[in-house]
Design a protein around this ligand. Structure first.
Ligand code: UTP
Length: 473
């Protein structure tokens, strides 16, 4: 029987089944299995199985004393216009000083979209079919030019898509960015366990490992050396966004300014929920702390509650856009008085039976553990919730069809380009939803937000004809 100190550790922890087929494996496969096992923090797995798998542990989140969170409303919705202007100016100063870096979390599995390849390589724009990564790259390049300071861009990948992501950027010459400022690092992995808490195998020589959730980004930033690099480069603020949302303002001066002026360690953008059942997390306050309660955890009756003015009581929805202070991330990553909770997700996990034969389960047969980045909010000093217009920041590609699909995202991009053109005085026909009747695309290198677009448009003389559709670059 195989002996190795690591195997012994697993046996002592009651996880010896991980090595059930070890003696049958070729030496290379044995080495790979040992390397996978070495990634696992057995004490963490034991703690999680004792807490999250114990009888009664599935009861859900504590809803006691939950109140809607306050937020800074947009000027158009009653917010303080002068304070917003001050915030924008402060954000622009921070961008000119090179204090801000962009940060994309791209380690997810993208199962709902069902696309083969890193999600960031998925084509999204209406005319040129640019992939998501190119849209962000060009926005980041353009913002660097506008503020006279090229930005650093951190991209969190997964074990599964890391090499393909790096290769994609290499093939496309980093879309014009200085490659010394684009930094890839893979996130951590967690093992799946069965309902008895035993770590599962996905094959005789492979552990069922999966990414540790977008909240794993905080420890991956620390482990990869990204935080040290930021420190050396005098970058103190990370602008966090998801890989599936091409509408996002990768760096938004007003948002950054609020965060800096208020001395916040973590700030989040919010939109008002479009309807009660919309699947967004809810910004709430509990015991004086800001928290996000997922749509699946807030009872529908509460999601439907209305205030005296008829608006939803829990109206503040999270769109996964955050600003993070560098030293706060370090503090959370090191677990200094802070422990992000793991969430349990019951899943169908392909595995092997006691004889090593593959099993494709028809129903959930195990549990995956994931960290969520918004769980850091309650630990942050002065966390802020700042309103944004959904149409300026949020149209994710999650599903192959229907809601949040390539089609809805394409239409939202068209509406945005149309709005910018009309605001600059271009005659453009649209339908009642604001969808232009012709096909348009604006390269981020021409204009990547309302301000940069307006400035670039003013310089065109004569302005191009819009009625036949166009690509502005
Ligand atoms: P989603 O919650 O949409 O998950 O991720 P997903 O894995 O991409 O897609 P599905 O659920 O399998 O269809 C939101 C964002 O968080 C990132 C994703 O890449 C996306 O940008 N993410 C998610 C990570 O970086 N790592 C993870 O472990 C999970």
């Amino acid at each position: 029987m195989a002996t190795d100190p690591l195997i012994e550790k697993f046996r002592t922890a009651g996880q010896g089944q991980v090595f059930a087929f070890f003696d049958e494996l070729a030496p290379d496969a044995q080495r790979r299995l040992l390397a996978e096992a070495a990634e696992i923090d057995l004490a963490e797995v034991t703690r999680l199985t004792q807490t999250l798998l114990a009888p009664g542990a599935v009861a859900g989140v504590n809803l006691g004393g939950l109140e809607p969170a306050p937020y800074e409303a947009l000027p158009a919705k009653g917010g303080d216009a002068a304070a917003w202007a001050k915030a924008k100016a402060a954000g622009e100063i921070a961008l000119r000083a090179g204090r801000v870096a962009a940060f994309t979390v791209a380690g997810g599995q993208g199962t709902r979209l069902g696309y083969d390849g890193p999600k960031g390589t998925f084509p999204v724009t209406p005319v040129k079919h640019k992939p998501l990564f190119q849209v962000f790259a060009e926005k980041i390049l353009a913002a660097g030019r506008r503020f006279g300071r090229p930005l650093h861009w951190f991209i969190m990948t997964s074990h599964h898509n890391h090499a393909a992501t790096e290769a994609f950027f290499g093939e496309h010459e980093f879309f014009g960015l200085d490659k010394a400022r684009v930094h890839f690092f893979p996130q951590g992995r967690m093992p799946a366990v069965d309902f008895a808490g035993k770590i599962m195998l996905e094959g005789k020589g492979a552990i069922a490992l999966s990414p540790d959730g977008h909240g794993g980004s905080l420890r991956a930033l620390e482990r990869s050396g990204a935080l040290d690099l930021m420190q050396r480069e005098h970058v103190d603020t990370l602008s966090y966004f998801q890989v599936d949302n091409p509408l996002v303002r990768c760096v938004d001066p007003a948002f950054i300014g609020w965060h800096i002026l208020r001395g916040s360690q973590m700030s989040s953008k919010m939109v008002t929920k479009a309807y009660a059942e919309e699947k967004l997390g809810h910004f709430c306050v509990q015991g004086g702390r800001l928290v996000v309660v997922e749509y699946s955890d807030l009872p529908m009756a509460m999601q439907r509650e209305t205030a005296a003015d008829g608006r939803l009581r829990f109206e503040a929805g999270s769109i996964a856009i955050h600003l993070l202070d560098r030293e706060f991330v370090r503090h959370v990553a090191r677990g200094e008085g802070v422990a992000l909770p793991f969430h349990r997700a019951d899943k169908k996990i392909p595995t092997v039976d006691a004889t090593g034969q593959p099993v494709q389960p028809a129903k959930a047969n195990g549990v995956k553990f994931e960290l969520f980045v918004f769980d850091a909010l309650p630990f942050a000093r002065n966390p802020l919730v700042i309103e944004t217009n959904r149409k300026d920041d949020f149209s994710p590609v999650k599903n192959a069809e229907g809601v949040d699909s390539p089609q809805t995202c394409r239409d939202d991009q068209l509406r945005q380009f149309g709005r910018w053109l009309r605001a600059s005085g271009a005659p453009l026909a649209t339908d009642s939803s604001g969808l232009p009747v012709v096909t348009l695309e604006v390269s981020p290198l021409f204009g990547y937000d309302e301000d940069s677009f307006a400035d670039a448009w003013k310089k065109l003389s004569p302005p191009p004809k819009v009625s036949d559709g166009l690509y502005l670059s």
